[in-house]
Design a protein around this ligand. Sequence first.
Ligand code: KG4
Ligand code: ZN
Length: 337
Amino acid sequence: MGVTILAIESSCDDTSAAVVRDGYILSNLIAGQDIHMSYGGVVPELASRAHQANIVPVADQALKKAGVRVDEIDAVAFTQGPGLLGSLLVGTSFAKGFALACSIPLIEVNHLHAHVLAHFILEKDKENRVPSFPFLCLLVSGGHTRIIVLRSHFEMEILGNTIDDAAGEAFDKCGKLMDFPYPAGPVIDKLALEGNKKAFSFSKPSVKGLDFSFSGLKTSFLYFLRDRLKEDPEFIVKNKADLCASLQDTIINILIAKLIKASQITGIKEIGIAGGVSANSGLRNGLAREGEKRGWNLFLPPLIYTTDNAAMIGITGYYKYLRGDFSNQNVAPQARF
Ligand code: KG4
Ligand code: ZN
């Protein structure tokens, strides 16, 4: 039998466990935390408590769904960071205890590396397309916005980064201004489908090179709403769909323009997106159009592998296992890298 990895992800507000065998996903379970919805963001203390309650049942279900016994697991991989320290502690402690009890190797995984390697996840009975190297990837999540070149599974070069807010934060913070629950990204995506993206325009940043900035857009959106609400207190309610469509279009155009630039500079046409915001339908459609026009070999991850999931930790853990890249029991979670 091949290499079987149990993977744990607990960096933010999703408790996830997956079983990966030889790069194929056998199970991938995610327990979300609705408790944060009304707070407009993740409340760290509530998140770690929910992880504590969820971690054992989620891991147990992942093993059952995969049809794998505990003694068949060859190694346990877990998210070391970046993320919320209290949340990471729960997954790290579980993984350490599991590895110790089963006398198997422990593998620490960088959450951002895992988002990118999600493109290498294999699924049974599916046509599995995986990128070849060099691979240019736009990583867009709640905490990060980066353009990365992957030259092998382990050689990564960051070409561009956000200098302030992440794209996901722009969605979430602007959504909060419209009184949407957290996370607002999926809500805006849905409402945008019925709106006119040309209805309103917001300021676009001018940032050098391949870096990003989203805090100016958030401020411009805030002032725009404040002025319009003075004239009409019902402004947001009456214009929800158009506001979402226009805001989303602005964010997407910023992202796509930089990705095109990165492709032109590097000459790389093997291109993908990763992270929670890569679930956005406008971004996916926009990139599909650009990719077609520019002859890109485009990789849009299945939706389940865009937002936080343990399958991506499992695939990264699998590649680290093949290199014999293991952690010891002194490994500690890291909120930042
Ligand atoms: O990767 P992820 O699950 O967690 C982090 O590592 O940050 O990303 C979460 C982010 C949130 O900001 C959420 O609003 C955003 O991804 N998101 C979306 C969509 N689905 C999730 N943003 C725009 N459109 C979506 N469909
Ligand atoms: Zn993430």
